[in-house]
Design a protein around this ligand. Structure first.
Ligand code: PLP
Length: 424
């Protein structure tokens, strides 16, 4: 039965919890009726350009015919079967393709439900492998401030201590080792400190985990890729694993297929998620080297202690295969570059507006940082009035458009950001 907008919003307020908010929410969410291409259609008939790609995921836009067809075709075959003792071609194809595309050395793929779970699995891989290699004392993790790795408990421990509200969890979460947040430019002093920190904690740390080049939800910060080479050398020299969280940066967002390519390094373990299925279904993966897999497999327990109910979901794998198929011809590179140019040209002038602290653009990511917290509701409404969907947080108004956004869409997004800056 079709319900009216007021009734739906009243029920939403009464029963539906939304991300990072109280119950009920501080303001009514916008009700979406459908979506197509880069546009969300609201219930009142307005169409707005999605500047968020549904949180980095919908890189090909909505209702893409190739992805729709892959999903329908797989639904006609089977939607799901358990992965214990059974396997299927969508998962086999996906794992093989990911290994082909991933940085050298990553050979094994553990499929899981969401980004946070892939980080849990990556951490579990590192801890189990260290244990199996005879280093039971190596139980902690090392990262830098300003990061974000998910909302389940162990990923929370490596999120930025302030942004992740670690004070709320004193005595609940293990305390990890933090370096200062990485500077944008290369600073040899910082690099030396980072290296010394890894060395100093080598006896008690199982792995270093970081987002390569772009720290996303922790603050939309960019850093020099040389720091990743420093971490690669330092972890290798000290027998510690390097985990790269490519959940936000993977699949072309930063201008390279994986952000690790900016540094020319390979991690021991890598997480992917978000854009993996082109934004259709929840799916993520933790990839690891043969060495990590061999250690875990030879250790106590005789395997990796993880196995979600919906592991390797065929619908999600089929649509992920179709999404990777769309990326295979490499035309995303030119699109990401065009979006980068459009965002740079459009956003740079905002630097001179009072209240703007910084403007930064990398690949298909554009960020305007204010010198004060954003007035969320006002900024969002101002962008929607310009025909653009944005979701600012803290002091940040930012966009990562679908790659199919054309120059006109990007201009509209820029106008939406300008309106949000003025209002927020
Ligand atoms: C979004 C994100 C996660 C968590 O993924 P979910 O699918 O939301 O659990 C982890 N790491 C990074 C870098 C992310 O951007």
């Amino acid at each position: 039965m079709k319900k009216g907008v007021p009734e739906l919003l009243a029920l939403d307020r009464a029963h539906v919890w939304h991300p990072y908010g109280p119950m009920p929410g501080r303001s009514d969410p916008y009700l979406v009726e459908s979506a197509r291409g880069v546009r969300l259609r609201l219930f009142d008939g307005r169409e707005i350009v999605d500047g968020m790609s549904s949180w980095w995921a919908a890189i090909h836009g909505y209702r893409h015919p190739v992805l729709d067809a892959a999903l329908a075709e797989q639904a006609g075959r089977m939607s799901h079967v358990m992965f214990g003792g059974l396997t299927h071609q969508p998962a086999i194809d996906l794992a093989s393709t990911l290994v082909e595309l991933a940085p050298d050395g990553l050979e094994h793929v553990f499929l899981c439900d969401s980004g946070s779970i892939s980080v849990e699995v990556a951490i579990k891989m590192a801890l189990q492998a260290q244990l199996a290699r005879g280093h039971p004392a190596r139980r902690r993790l090392l990262t830098w401030r300003g990061g974000y790795h998910g909302d389940t408990f162990h990923p929370m421990t490596v999120c930025d201590p302030d942004g992740g509200m670690h004070s709320l969890w004193t005595g609940v979460l293990p305390v990890q080792v933090f370096a200062q947040a990485p500077p944008a430019e290369f600073d040899p002093g910082y690099a030396a400190e980072l290296e010394a920190l890894v060395e100093r904690h080598a006896g008690e740390v199982a792995a270093v985990i970081v987002e390569p080049v772009v720290q996303g939800a922790g603050g939309m910060r960019f850093h020099h890729p040389e720091y990743l080479r420093v971490l690669r050398r330092a972890t290798e020299a000290n027998g510690i694993f390097l985990i790269l969280d490519e959940i936000a940066t993977g699949f072309g967002r930063t201008g390279e297929f994986f952000a690790a390519e900016h540094a020319g390094i390979s991690p021991d373990i890598m997480c992917v998620g978000k854009a993996l299925t082109g934004g259709y279904l929840t799916l993520a993966a933790a990839l690891c080297t043969g060495e990590v897999a061999a250690a875990i497999s030879a250790g106590a327990g005789g395997g990796l202690a993880h196995g979600p109910t919906f592991m390797g979901n065929p619908l999600a794998c089929a649509v992920a295969n179709a999404s990777l198929g769309l990326l295979a011809d490499g035309t995303w590179r030119a699109r990401v570059r065009a979006i980068e140019n459009g965002l740079r040209g459009g956003l740079e002038p905002l630097r001179d507006i009072p209240g703007v602290a910084d403007v930064r653009v990398l690949g298909a990511i554009g960020v305007v940082q204010l010198d004060h917290p954003v007035e969320m509701a006002a900024a969002t409404a101002a962008a929607v009035a310009e025909g653009v969907w944005l979701r600012p947080f803290r002091d940040l108004i930012y966009t990562m458009p679908p790659y199919v956004a054309d120059d006109e869409d990007v201009s509209r997004i820029v106008a939406g950001i300008a309106a949000a800056v003025a209002a927020g």
